[in-house]
Design a protein around this ligand. Structure first.
Ligand SMILES: N[C@@H](CCC(=O)N[C@@H](CS)C(=O)NCC(=O)O)C(=O)O
Length: 211
């Protein structure tokens, strides 16, 4: 049985939704961010970076959201959360996964935590404003490429759609939230209609408005 270290709505939401799509048994273990549990000695043994999520799979202790996503796809090919290796779509799946993890997800760090990027606290507002500008541009481009989709890989639903959904959700308080772009709003609705996603949101206690 898997164990997933999570905090509601954090990057752990992606593997959580995937585990529910897969239908494999798992245990959720809360990392209490209110008490900085992600930096406790016990948690740092699992992820020396002090970040959420961590997945436990037998003897394997795995961190990095995209790595966990790939591992779950590999372990459960029957769940069809990724195109099979060797298929024409597989490299496109890699491309989206890597883009989402190293571009919008990374950019969110400077929007949520601008103070980490400055030595002079008064500069934090500028860092946040410029992160917002870059995020808008990143989501504009994703929306253009998604078009009418319906999914990032066209007709085939995959884990990168769940990833994009989570990132759309994170921007719900932005002046121009990602959902305001029609292709992204439509994708979020399609993902929200999935029973596994609803179950994950409910288990994490996430209440509307979700995106
Ligand atoms: N690259 C990492 C980043 C994970 C990450 O930053 N997680 C956030 C929650 S969404 C976190 O753990 N924040 C706690 C902190 O910064 O102290 C991944 O994708 O797993």
């Amino acid at each position: 049985m898997y164990a997933l270290y999570y905090f509601p709505g954090n990057a752990s939401l992606l593997p959580h939704m995937m585990l529910r799509e897969i239908g494999s048994p798992f245990e959720l273990r809360l990392v209490d961010r209110a008490h900085n549990a992600q930096n406790s000695p016990e948690y740092l043994k699992l992820n020396p970076n002090g970040r959420i999520p961590v997945l436990i799979d037998g003897d394997l202790v795995l961190y990095e959201t995209a790595a966990i996503a790939l591992h779950l796809c590999d372990r459960h090919p029957e769940s069809r959360l990724a195109p099979p290796p060797g298929s024409a779509e597989r490299p496109l799946f890699y491309r989206w996964l890597v883009h989402l993890t190293n571009t919008p997800q990374a950019e969110y760090r400077s929007w949520f935590y601008p103070h980490e990027f400055v030595t002079d606290e008064s500069a934090a507002a500028t860092v946040k404003a410029s992160a917002e500008r870059r995020l808008n541009l990143i989501f504009d481009r994703v929306a253009e490429q998604l078009g009418s989709g319906p999914w990032l890989l066209g007709e085939r639903f995959s884990a990168v759609d769940l990833y994009l959904f989570m990132l759309i959700r994170w921007g719900r308080a932005m002046p121009r939230p990602p959902r305001a772009l029609a292709p992204l709003g439509a994708l979020a609705e399609r993902v929200l209609a999935r029973p596994a996603v609803q179950a994950a949101l409910e288990a994490e206690g996430l209440k509307p408005p979700i995106v």
